[in-house]
Design a protein around this ligand. Sequence first.
Ligand SMILES: *Cc1c(COP(=O)(O)O)cnc(C)c1O
Length: 441
Amino acid sequence: MGKGKNKSKRKNHDKDNRYSMDTHLIYGKNISDKWDYSHHVTTPISSSTTFRLDSVERGAEGFQQFANSAQQEGKPPIYIYDRLGEPNKDLLEENLAYVEKGEMAVSFATGMGAISAVLGVLTKSGDEIVAHKTLYGCTLSLLTNWYPRYNIPVKQVDLTNEENLKNALSEKTKVVYFETPSNPNLDIINIHRVAKIVNQANKNREEKDRIQIVVDNTFATPYCQRPIELGADFVVHSLTKGIGGFGTDLGGIVIGPKKFKDAILLYRKDFGAVLSTKSAWAILTYGLPSLPVRQKRQIKTAQRIAEFLNYHPKIEKVNYPGLRTFKYHALAKKQMVDFNGNFAPGSLIYFVLKGKNPKESKEIGRRFMNYIADNAYTMTLAVSLGHTRTLIEHPASMTHSLISADELIEHGIDAGGIRLAIGLEDENDLLLDLDAALNSI
Ligand SMILES: *Cc1c(COP(=O)(O)O)cnc(C)c1O
């Protein structure tokens, strides 16, 4: 770790924009003060919960530097204990901040660890959160089961309509929170417009009272969308999904302005949702370098499958940003673009099976899913997404099953709605299994 020891003539290319982001995702920050390992091609794995300190003085300096950017500025880190920080996580954080165009990143054990940390740092009792009406199930639970207990009310409104946002903001609002595309129905929220409205509301506020925009970018991944470039303050991800990419490790990340890094690190240390080093290493070694290849393939397949589903007589509607018939297609085309500016509509599809009423649709959905569970080779009945395997789930009877069939629609979910998360299979094989499943209902 010593600075100056293995000094080589190696050039730093991390901000060298002659190289494409696809390449940067493979090499990352090729020289980092987080860890000096100049003779490994693949990052070695750090496997130590605690770190030897050369002297009491070095220990004291390490504790003073922890979560203290001003003290740490320009110095290589002094590692003390894995819950405070460790090289594999630091390297992953540097690379993820870079790809999302944020100033800093802090990793967490899971996506929920990241989401609860950013909200925990940005709010206190008496503040309010404004959130989109449709959210990932556990985020919805966090905001509706826990935050009211801390006296932090959450207003859920339809953020696809700007007027709703303007009406929902109050003196007490500290955070505007949403996913785009949202889970599971793929609503698209105009990040740039939300930022404009929030900036207006922030005009008369002191720096410390500013409303912060937090976007869960898990569905799009940074390959398809970089919310900070569009005006968001923070991005959160479940690294468990498209970024991890193989379905082997849980993880989460918060990316945002430098000035919040110390508070988020302190929160992570004390609440303890620390990313496992082995998972950080796997995401750094397998997930990030393969993100562009996987996304390109998944987008191509998703487009073909969405077009097939769109004209199927047993399907009422298909939400996929790449479909011209999709309500938010024009907006998606503007905000979901890859590193070269090409439209990148993502790997998730939401479609609704026809039924006479919510009850019947829910029942048809149940039968459709059970047929797939028994017969399909290329689709797996499972939650999660961004996997090598295509995963399919029925929110009404699974992730959102606690909500009654009639109330689902208030949360933007249809009783017959199916979420399909495309994997890396041959598209024709997926069509074979989907066609058979649709014929069975
Ligand atoms: C999975 C997911 C989360 C939670 O992530 P975990 O890693 O499972 O904790 C949050 N938001 C979205 C959109 C997700 O898909």
